[in-house]
Structure formats: C-alpha cells, structure tokens
Design a protein. Structure first.
Length: 337
C-alpha cells in the first residue's frame, strides 16, 4: 500500500492564535519530545504558549513570535519526515538559523554539498552547523587549504574542524589526521606530575581525544593512533616535519608564539589541509611574549587563498550561561574582543 505523507498545514484560527495540523501523529509525538520538552524549549525561546489538540498544535502569543515558532516547528517536522531525529541541538539550530534551512534543505546551497543539506558525515554521527558563522566556517573548511577559526570558547571551532577532518579521512581524501596544541599551562605548573612525556602532555590533548571519540568508534580511534594514521601531539613535536596528504588542526593557537606559528604554517605539504583555531581572549603565554595567532591575522589576512572565520558570543553552542559569561568579560575588558 502506498502512503503519501502530507506536510503540516496552517489552519484558520482566531486572532492571536496560529494552528498547525500534522498528518502523522507518530512524528508529532517525536516532535513534541518526552514530556513535551521540545515544545517547552520553543515556548521559552519565543515567549509563546503551545497547546496540543490531537494532531494539531495551537500557538498563542504575539504575531511575529507565533510565526517564527510555527516555522521552527514546521522545519523540525519535515526533518522527522526525512528520517532524522530531533534533539535539542536541532531545535537550537533551527532557532538560530532563522528559517534559512527548511526541513534541513538550505535555501542558500553550498556548492560543494550539491542540493543536499549542509552536514558533515562521520562514522558515529551527522554534524550540522548551528549558526550562520558555523555554516560559513564549514564552507571555508571544505573550500580552502588553509583556514583560521577565531572566537570564544564553545563556538564549535575545533569540533567542526575535527569533524571535517574525520569526514575527509573516511572518504579517502587524506591519509592522516594530525591534531596539535601548544602545551602551555593555563596558570598552573604541571611539570611535577608523574609519568613519562606522553603522560604529561596527554591532559593538554584531551579535548582533541574527546572530539575524535564523538566521530569515530573508540576501538577504531585507538587502532588508528597505534598505526600513526591519527596523531595527537604538542606543537613542539611538529618541528622539522612536512605534513603531506594530511588534515592538520592546530588548536588553542593563541598560545603559540610567532616563531612557533611560522614553523607550524610552513609544515603544510602537498595534498594537505590545515585549520588553525584559537581564542584571542585566552592567551596563556608569559607576559611580553606575542601571540602567534595575532601576528598571523596581521600578516596573512590579505592572502586570498587563506580564509579567516570569526565567531562571537552569539555563536556559543554550549550552555546558554557560557554566552552570558563571555559577554560580561568582554564588556569589562574591551581589548579581549
């Protein structure tokens, strides 16, 4: 038997009310979420009230927020029709993107994604940009051999870069993934810790391990590290190497000195791509030592083949309080912007 699924319909409703009708009650249940938690989030974000009536959702509130909430709910329902799930991150993305994507299908398509959605496929999950800045960043990661991602913590700079690296690795576009960070202590002295060099530097590298484990099965990550097809190492270990046919990420680049940054950038080899991420407001270098990230912006900004992508507190995708904290510190110290 052939079943045709119709899209949700906006039905006539009294003034101050928008009525949406959803043809598939099973998908509507998933749209609402457990204990209607998804509806509660939409209500909170748009200051509206949503009431479920059978296979309909009635939205109450001012006209503009009602229209915006209706668009988000419609887009999320179309996402479910496409066989995808709806999680908090998907609600957050739909709200932030302001209706730029309908049912996961972009109105402003990125050429490298053809007519499909803007998404990064990895072995464990599908990663999708959640803000306009993240979307532009993903564009540059796929289209430029050298890209910078600069902005505050929690904006997805490193996470998206590692996701793209994993995508290119599993598609055979690169032979290796190389992830690096400067081993600079954030106001603490860690040299006294027990163990060999790996034991001492691994805590610095943990965020990179965390990102990898989000995209690849744990056993596969361990095997690839053992085979040296994935390398996670401090910046100092990059000296003297030529990184060919690799996807290379330098994280926390604000803690690289000017000479270290020049050394790292000149490691770029044939068939490789390089991503530099950093937060200018979190420099842990000794007083008087210039940040290589700032110098790179100044010196390389006019080279068209190198992209610079900037994030703000509005692009923070961690807990909402993180954005408020960043804004408070920026307001107190304008030089950190």
């Amino acid at each position: 038997m052939n079943v045709t699924t119709l899209p949700p319909q906006a039905s006539p409703a009294p003034a101050g009310e928008t009525l949406l009708e959803f043809p598939d009650n099973r998908l509507l249940i998933e749209l609402c979420g457990e204990f209607d938690k998804n509806l509660a989030e939409v209500e909170r974000q748009f200051s509206v009230q949503i009431v479920r009536r059978g296979n309909q959702l009635a939205i109450f509130g001012d006209e503009t927020p009602r229209a915006e909430a209706a668009l988000v709910l419609t887009n999320l329902y179309e996402r479910l029709e496409g066989g995808k799930h709806v999680e908090f991150a998907d609600i957050d993305r739909e709200i932030r993107m302001g209706g730029d994507e309908v049912g996961g299908r972009e109105t402003d398509q990125l050429e490298m994604f053809g007519k499909g959605p803007v998404e990064i496929k990895t072995r464990k999950k599908l990663v999708e940009p959640r803000t306009d800045a993240q979307k532009a960043y993903v564009r540059s990661l796929f289209s430029n051999e050298l890209a910078f991602g600069i902005g505050p913590a929690g904006t997805g700079k490193t996470y998206l870069a590692v996701a793209v690296g994993v995508n290119k690795f599993i598609n055979g576009e690169v032979d290796r993934i190389i992830l690096s960070r400067p081993a600079v202590e954030a106001g603490e002295k860690l040299g006294y810790l027990p163990g060999d060099m790996k034991d001492k530097v691994d805590p610095f590298m943990q965020p990179l391990y965390d990102a990898l484990n989000d995209f690849l099965p744990g056993k596969q990550v361990a095997k690839l590290i053992e085979e040296k097809r994935i390398e996670i190492a401090p910046l100092a270990f990059m000296r003297g190497r030529t990184l060919s046919n690799a996807f290379v990420v330098l994280d926390e680049a604000q803690n690289a000195t000017t000479m270290q940054m020049k050394m790292f950038l000149t490691r770029l080899g044939e068939g490789s791509r390089m991503v530099i991420t950093g937060d200018r407001s979190q420099v842990d270098l000794p007083r008087g030592v210039a940040s290589g990230l700032r110098d790179a912006e100044r010196l390389l900004g006019s080279i068209p083949e190198i992209s610079f992508n900037y994030f703000s507190s509005k692009d923070v995708v961690r807990h909402p309080l993180v954005a408020a904290i960043i804004e408070a510190y920026d307001a107190d110290d304008p030089t950190s912007r």
